[in-house]
Design a binder for this molecule. Structure first.
Ligand SMILES: Cc1nc(NNC(=O)[C@H](CC2CCCC2)CN(O)CO)c(F)c(N2CCN3CCOC[C@@H]3C2)n1
Ligand code: NI
Length: 183
């Protein structure tokens, strides 16, 4: 199973590399790794297992974070309406996105960053993503809000980008451009 010992931290050059596309059909090893990434997220959100294995909670994970510079990501989260999102994807690509931006009011963190970095991380409010599932089938996802933010954070990892790269250096809590009015 994947534990925090497998997760590399900032300073490791792998986190700043552009990860390579997975040649499809994926190998059994690549499929098993992607399944293990999803399992980590589930375990990390289980109070008993997280405590037992000292896991930091995660809703997303990208292969470079376990020192594998390949375009593979997993997501496991519920949105504010309780809708469940569970994805294991190869070669995800944002093919279009809204002009509107959004951000998490509490900022973002990262399992590969062992420090708090405050500030708003501008994200596209809506994204259309093409990817391939575990079986190698093409999938098209249209996401908004929380899951959209999470998948952008993970795809950034595949391009060597960390969340704090996107925080406004002059004014970390500047409301990003094109953010819709909050009612
Ligand atoms: C927002 C949040 N970020 C958590 N961690 N950070 C991560 O997931 C990083 C990726 C996320 C950072 C911002 C967007 C993507 C990991 N990243 O580095 C991967 O690249 C959480 F753990 C968390 N939740 C809320 C839901 N809760 C359900 C019950 O279990 C606990 C869980 C905690 N929400
Ligand atoms: Ni991260």
């Amino acid at each position: 199973m994947i534990t925090m010992d497998d997760i590399i931290r900032e300073g490791n050059p792998i986190l700043r590399q552009v990860a390579k596309e997975v040649q499809l059909p994926a190998s059994d090893e690549e499929k098993n790794t992607l399944k293990a990434m999803l399992e980590f997220l589930k375990n990390s959100q289980n109070e008993d297992l997280a405590k037992k294995y000292h896991l930091r909670a995660g809703i997303g994970l990208a292969a470079p974070q376990i020192a594998l510079s390949k375009r593979m990501i997993a997501l496991y989260l519920d949105d504010d309406n309780g809708k469940h999102y569970e994805y294991t994807l190869f070669n995800p690509k944002i093919i279009s996105h809204s002009i509107e931006s959004t951000y998490l009011e509490g900022g973002e963190g990262c399992l590969s960053v062992d420090r708090e970095i405050s500030g708003y991380v501008p994200r596209h409010a809506r994204v259309k993503v093409k990817a391939f599932d575990l079986e190698g089938n093409p999938v098209t996802l249209r996401l908004k809000g929380y899951p959209a933010i999470a998948i952008q954070h993970e795809i950034d990892h595949l391009n060597g980008i960390l969340f704090y790269d996107r925080i406004n250096k002059e004014d970390p809590f500047k409301i990003p451009d094109h953010v819709a009015e909050k009612n």
